[in-house]
Design a protein around this ligand. Sequence first.
Ligand code: PLP
Length: 386
Amino acid sequence: MNVVYLDNNATTRVAPEVFESMVPFFTDKYGNASSMHTFGGQVGKSIQEAREKVAALLGAQPEEIVFTSCGTESDSTAVMSALQSQPEKKHIVTTRVEHSALISLGQHLEHKGYEVTYLGVDSKGRLDLDELSEAMRKDTAIVSIMYANNETGTVFPIEKIAEMVKERGILFHTDAVQAVGKLPIDLSRAPVDFLALSGHKLHAPKGIGVLYVRKGTRFLPFLRGGHQERGRRAGTENAPYIVGLGTACELAMNHMAEENTRVPALRDKLEKGLLAAIPDAIVNGDQEHRLPNTSNIAFQSVEGEAILLLLDQYGICASSGSACTSGSLEPSHVLRAMGVPFTYAHGSIRFSLSRYTTEEEIDFVLDKMPPIIRRLREISPFRSVK
Ligand code: PLP
């Protein structure tokens, strides 16, 4: 059975070009980049080239790029650096719709005596910037707001937000894990202090990430040890993965214009087709400011998990907006923050496309999905609930 992979916000396929560029660093070029010999030095040179490619995609300087193990590490490092470098400040501002990389960190910090303000969103998942303005205080150490939401694809106005935060002299971090490689980003224009990205969301492998740290921003490392990454992240460099990420960033840059027309056209075909064929379905999130590859659709009176199981029988991979906690299916914290009605939130499915998605795959989903929803509605316990 062929796999129709529409779960690219969860993770992406490693691009063949990325894989190819990594192989020599497992076989021939296995030296330690920090060694004195030429053999290791060559690896260091390739790491530097990768750093330049990542920086180019972000409109950053190569020395502002710190390689990490994943997006979660980058997020934690940014927040912890801000707190430790300003020990007198005990307040953090973030949002209710962040990834668990920040929500869990925030909850942990609350237990440690910090105060965290979680900004709410409206029914389309948008922030109220006046609320952000009011939330910032003298003792705010950092504001951390995601660039784009992983579940709905809603994109926040990060340049404007960064300016507002910097006007108040506060550090600003953005979790751009879902945005990098999908949206043009120019950090030479946005006064962002920290930005997190993750390789496996843009066709590089799992286990490599980046923390961008603006030149001049006070920074304290999360991992201490060797002098790698100019003392900002200890641990022998993961050369194959760093090189792979460099290739992925170069590909993303070269493909961005084409992908930003082809991919949203396929996404819109899928979305319009499903809404036309299936009654009582709505799109979750801000359709005006949205990642080009993401569609989150709520089907009333059905369970998201049941839809996923039936899609799985055809090899179709997607995600639901629910999380199974202690036996009860809770709608996701993002959909709850948006106030999506219960009977819709439960039947929410996220489709996320990539450069490898084909029109045939979209047509296949358009063919399979309506009968699945019909079948589930016939047996749904919420059938009569409006
Ligand atoms: N932030 C966002 C918005 C994400 O979507 C994810 C992963 O899904 C992460 C952070 C965590 O990234 P990683 O899996 O590289 O730790």
